[in-house]
Design a protein around this ligand. Structure first.
Ligand SMILES: NC(=O)c1ccc[n+]([C@@H]2O[C@H](COP(=O)([O-])OP(=O)(O)OC[C@H]3O[C@@H](n4cnc5c(N)ncnc54)[C@H](O)[C@@H]3O)[C@@H](O)[C@H]2O)c1
Length: 380
């Protein structure tokens, strides 16, 4: 019998993230030497037949159809929030009051005000928490962070990030309901800003420190769409695309562009950082590689290195296969689950905590405020 302590997981939502997280919970103890063993105790969603089918596939022991019941259950230790953004605050606050650890999907909240309430709830209750900004745990991105932290790039001059998709370009696409709640401002809070940009901002703050001010523009290209839940044509309240300039506290300049109207791009998240000595570039479509240019190399062989991040010396990779064999998208979720479980065994929250993730929400709010006012806005 395993000597490990168990941690009973209550999963809310069985969509895209419900599946990605369930996969991570199932794999994590097989690959990481974590002191807590997660147990898939209960899955929750409103449709009983569908949540039972989900529970059967992934091995959850039981189901609930009301998240309020799930967060009250005494046999649940940690609540994993994989539902649309408008439910994050209510679930997190209730679960914290019930003494549950919290793993919340990103963005933390629809607004800074909601995020503050969530931070206060987990801090008052003293419950461990994390937010699934798990691009930090793609090994090539973690390596990028390490290279910057070691000072290899020297002083940073530029940070440049894009997150390009094209799936909402058609005006025939409805808003509302599974997956499409992202187009409904009541459920999502904002459009590409809270969705795609939030990822870019979390990575940027983690690697390059705080952003002090932003100058943004946003656009809603399709102004009305049929709403799946009401059946009516309704105004579209989200930002379809966004572009902005930013200044980091360390003096570097940045440019960000998230959009769902870049025809031909499905999920092109890229970032490039230029420092006085070196530069790095990362691309989600090639996520196991990091491009690195070091100006200190001998000039005859100087050029962009294309690092295949698969060696045991590189972040997280000693837990997987052998050097040369790469991993993929789903592994970053396994890494976050592993880091959460290890931090929990030490009695600590895993980064980014709710409080860390609130910084990203503040930048997103500043971006929307700047776009509305057509002026530079300080991040408070
Ligand atoms: N970290 C990432 O890379 C990443 C990627 C995608 C989505 N997300 C985030 O994950 C969250 C969920 O997104 P998704 O893509 O899985 O959405 P989805 O539409 O695929 O799934 C949402 C799920 O929530 C369930 N749900 C809705 N209302 C509910 C309620 N009242 N009670 C219980 N269940 C309810 C739905 O049945 C569905 O199973 C969002 O906050 C999103 O921003 C994060």
């Amino acid at each position: 019998m395993s000597a490990k302590k168990t941690l009973n997981i209550g999963m809310i939502g069985y969509g895209f993230m419900g599946r990605a997280h369930s996969n991570a919970w199932r794999k994590v103890s097989n690959f990481f030497d974590v002191r807590y063993r997660p147990v898939l105790k209960a899955a929750c969603a409103r449709d009983e037949a569908k949540v039972k089918a989900f529970a059967d596939i992934w091995g959850y022991e039981s189901v609930e159809t009301d998240w309020r019941k799930l967060v009250e259950r005494r046999d649940i230790d940690a609540v994993d929030v994989c539902v649309p953004n408008d439910l994050h605050m209510d679930i997190a606050v209730a679960a914290a009051r019930s003494g549950k650890m919290l793993l919340c999907e990103k963005p933390l909240a629809r607004s800074t005000a909601e995020g503050v309430a969530m931070c206060e709830a987990v801090e008052k209750a003293g419950v461990l928490n994390t937010v699934w900004y798990r691009y930090r745990r793609v090994p090539a991105v973690t390596l990028a962070k390490n290279l910057v932290a070691e000072g290899r790039l020297g002083r940073i001059f530029h940070y440049r990030a894009n997150f390009l998709q094209d799936w909402t370009s058609s005006p025939d696409l409805p808003q509302g309901g599974t997956g499409l709640w992202r187009l409904d401002v009541r459920a999502a809070g904002s459009g590409v800003t809270g969705d795609l940009l939030a990822h870019c901002i979390d990575t940027a703050l983690w690697i390059n420190g705080p952003i002090s001010c932003v100058a943004a523009m946003t656009e809603t290209f399709v102004k009305e769409r049929k709403h799946n839940l009401t059946g009516r044509i309704e105004p579209v309240g989200i930002d379809d695309a966004c572009a902005f300039l930013a200044r980091f506290a360390n003096g570097s300049l940045a440019i960000f562009e998230p959009t769902r109207y870049a025809r031909g791009h499905k999920a092109l998240y890229t970032f490039e950082i230029n420092g006085e000595r070196a530069s790095i570039f990362w691309d989600l479509h090639d996520l196991h590689r990091l491009r690195y240019f070091d100006h200190r190399d001998e000039s005859v062989v100087r050029g962009w290195r294309n690092i295949h991040v698969s060696d045991g010396d590189q972040p997280y990779m000693s837990r997987w296969w052998v050097p040369g064999l790469q991993i993929g998208y789903e592994h970053s979720f396994v890494h976050q689950a592993a880091d959460f479980l290890e931090a929990a065994a030490r009695g600590e929250s895993a980064a980014p905590t709710f409080r860390d993730a609130l910084e990203t929400t503040k930048v997103c709010d500043a971006v929307l405020a700047s776009a509305a006012s057509r002026a530079w806005v300080d991040v408070r």
